[in-house]
Design a binder for this molecule. Structure first.
Ligand SMILES: N[C@@H](CCC(=O)N[C@@H](CS)C(=O)NCC(=O)O)C(=O)O
Length: 226
């Protein structure tokens, strides 16, 4: 058995372009791992259909099949990919307990704090039976506080952990959703420039190209006879 056989499981990533699962696409691309990408069309409600419930009980992307076993939750998938290919440098090499804690703190901030806030900006009607405008207003206040904090952290080096890591790619996703929902980043230059800094990394550019291909594939599914 070769090293490759021992350490490369069969990987299938469930993804929707523009969703937070794009960070997992980046991680797999940067790690150079072979994987199959399966699209889940969130716009047509594919995530709520019984076929996908077997993969994700909550009907969410990302989900990763690892030799057929399901792994869910973005932060967990990123941590898994980084552990599978430590040499890929998806996080800074410091393996001290404090560094591991800080890494987890960054991922948790993105998944547990920023994600619900940007969802409240982009899609307030999804999280209330009441007035969506009230949710949007509150999300805006929370976004101002949270992004100001992220800006302060990034202002020194441009990166959450001092050098680039998956936390920055995750943060960039939250920034992109907030920006396309009208959040004004003009007073937050470190966050505004994050996408441009990440674009120096080839895997980030590949991820953007894959996003465009996925969008085209979904458009094709919606109108198969042009
Ligand atoms: N806690 C989950 C949240 C994942 C999540 O909310 N994904 C969104 C896309 S960004 C989704 O699948 N939404 C579909 C839905 O809620 O119906 C994680 O961090 O992986």
């Amino acid at each position: 058995m070769t090293t490759q056989d021992r350490t490369t499981p069969h990987l299938v990533l469930y993804h929707f372009p523009g969703a937070c699962s794009q960070v997992c696409v980046f991680a797999l691309e940067h790690a150079g791992l072979p994987y199959e990408l399966r699209l889940v069309d969130l716009r047509s409600g594919e995530q709520a259909r019984p076929a996908y419930a077997a993969v994700s009980a909550l009907g969410k992307v990302p989900a990763l099949l690892v030799d057929g076993a399901v792994l869910t939750e973005n932060a967990a998938i990123q941590t898994f990919v980084a552990a599978l290919r430590p040499e890929a440098g998806l996080f800074p090499p410091d393996s001290s307990p404090l560094a591991a804690g800080r890494r987890q703190a960054g991922l948790s901030l993105c998944g547990g704090t920023l994600h619900p806030i940007v969802r409240g900006l982009a899609n307030p009607g999804r999280i209330t039976d009441g007035d969506p405008e009230g949710v949007r207003r509150k999300s805006l206040q929370l976004a101002q506080k949270s992004f100001a904090h992220a800006e302060a952290v990034l202002s020194e080096t441009g990166w959450w952990l001092g050098t680039w890591s998956l936390v920055d790619v995750y943060l960039n996703w939250a920034v992109s959703v907030a920006a396309s929902s009208g959040f004004d980043f003009s007073g937050l230059p470190a966050l505004q420039g994050l996408r441009s800094r990440l674009s120096e990394i080839p895997a980030f550019r590949r991820m953007l190209a894959i996003e465009a291909e996925c969008q085209a594939a979904l458009a094709q599914r919606a109108s198969p006879h042009p």
